[in-house]
Design a protein around this ligand. Sequence first.
Ligand code: ATP
Ligand code: MG
Length: 338
Amino acid sequence: MAHHQHAAAAAAAPTAAPAVHVGEPRAGVPGPDTVLTLRDVCLDILTEDDPIPILRHLDLTVDKGQIQGLAGESGSGKTMTGLAIMGLEPPQARVTGEIWLGDENLAEMRGRALARVRGRRIGMVFQDPSTSLHPQLKVGHQLTDHARYHLHLTKSEARDRAVEMLERVGVPNPRDALDRYPHEFSGGQRQRIAIAIALMCKPELLIADEPTTALDVTVQAGVLHLIRDLVDTLGLAVLFITHDLGVMSAVADTVAVMRHGRIVERGHKRDIFVQPRHPYTKALLAALPGAKGGLTSREDLRHMDLTADPEIPDTVPGLDADGVPIPEADTEGKEARQ
Ligand SMILES: Nc1ncnc2c1ncn2[C@@H]1O[C@H](COP(=O)(O)OP(=O)(O)OP(=O)(O)O)[C@@H](O)[C@H]1O
Ligand SMILES: [Mg+2]
């Protein structure tokens, strides 16, 4: 039965590349390098009364070698999207739609099959490295445990790979590091270790949920450069979640902007940041200090000063309670800021 299902799933997999113009990735349209495809993904929280809609009709793709950003204010559904992809949504959630990782529809997988895919083919990094690192286990154990389980490596093979990964993410003295505990490292190093753990099984997809938000800005820049470097050298596909548009503009290739569980705008970063179309995106950008008129070029983005404070407010002025934009002239209204 499992065989049959898999064959059916493979047959329905998004394969043929539609005629999209190369170099201008149109999110939501799978191509030959597409690693992740979401199609019409909805998530509702079931209650005794009506279900609460959390994610609405998400269409999104992430390609090999691409950092797809997911932006939006607090509560817009960014983390829930990552959790739904991983199959880690809360138990009372109902997910519908298709979540393709290559030719496997994760939305149809359950239990051990899903855990196997999740562990091997997707890595996840969270905001706070202490949620991914166990405080009482040596770093080496945490790196090798997962890989030994999923890849059936011997202890020494797993340790060798752990050293290689720690080297790769820039943790000094990797062989020594294996025998130390997380608290013996700085916050930035801990996040590098969490990234190394996520990479141990050489996943195709990395989901990074606010991976630098807990770090101070100079350390943040180092971790962002690392992620970029991993994408360029390993061909990793990354879904990069952040509410911070300064970080987003520095790291992402393509950006999807979420509001109230929907993707309201998406496209190449250049277009989103320079010529946003949706009023909500405009409002988000207007709230970004120093970027009032939008950013100007890819070079600007590359050299953007990550040590400047790029925080945006959690909520954005300029839209009324139903999400209907207030006319543009008012969206920069100072009275709406605290
Ligand atoms: N376990 C849960 N049960 C019910 N609702 C939840 C649960 N977790 C989150 N939600 C709701 O889902 C919505 C989306 O939350 P989510 O955590 O995805 O937001 P976010 O965009 O990641 O925000 P932030 O920038 O603050 O991290 C919110 O309305 C939130 O209240
Ligand atoms: Mg979140």
